[in-house]
Design a protein around this ligand. Structure first.
Ligand code: IMP
Length: 181
């Protein structure tokens, strides 16, 4: 079975390809830049994006939207994570949390899949904490400041752990179960 992953983010595609190919699912990269809608709901953003993408591609396709939800900031940056990274970066997030004793945060991914008959969403989460400084050179986005629960290293220090425990892995796992059923 071949499905397309529509994203302009090479890192996301690489991670998804690694996870899906290990489960026997071939994924093709549809390098598609879509101006996503603004919403507080990852699901709403992903649903709109996959409908627009399917209308263009007309083949089974999924998209995903991810956000970093920080407890001490009442969920900020959440669905505005790309905007926040551009405006204040990981350094800005570290500054906002300078005196915070609660550093808990959750990465959430919503995958939306469409094949012309149905549109379905799959949510994945990874709980963890914001590190006190940036650590590691791998990965992308907020990876240098996020430590998954139960581990000491950030995602950027250990990508092997990331593919096993990440928000993206959890959402792709659900997509895989659905595709295989
Ligand atoms: P989006 O899903 O591309 O809108 O991602 C929102 C923001 O979160 C972007 O700035 C991404 O770089 C960042 N991001 C998405 N996924 C991850 C991840 O797995 N690790 C770290 N940052 C991520």
């Amino acid at each position: 079975m071949v499905i397309y992953f529509a994203t302009s983010n090479e890192h996301k595609f690489k991670e998804a390809n690694e996870i899906l190919s290990a489960k026997g699912i071939s994924v093709e990269h549809f390098n598609f830049k879509h101006n996503e809608i603004r919403s507080d709901s990852l699901e709403e953003i992903a649903m709109e994006a996959v409908d627009t993408t399917f209308a263009q591609l007309k083949k089974p396709v999924f998209v995903e939207d991810t956000g970093l939800f920080i407890d001490a900031l009442n969920g900020f940056p959440g669905t505005y994570s790309a905007w926040a990274l551009k405006k204040i970066g990981s350094d800005g997030i570290l500054k906002l949390l300078k005196s915070a004793s609660n550093r808990a945060a959750t990465f959430k991914t919503c995958i939306a899949f469409a094949n012309g008959k149905i549109t379905k969403t799959f949510l994945g989460e990874c709980k963890g904490a914001i590190a006190t400084k940036k650590r590691g050179k791998s990965g992308f986005g907020y990876d240098p400041i996020f430590t998954p629960k139960g581990y000491k290293k950030t995602f950027a220090e250990d990508l092997e752990i990331k593919v096993k425990v990440s928000h993206r892995f959890a959402a792709l796992q659900k997509l895989t179960e659905f595709l295989k059923a």
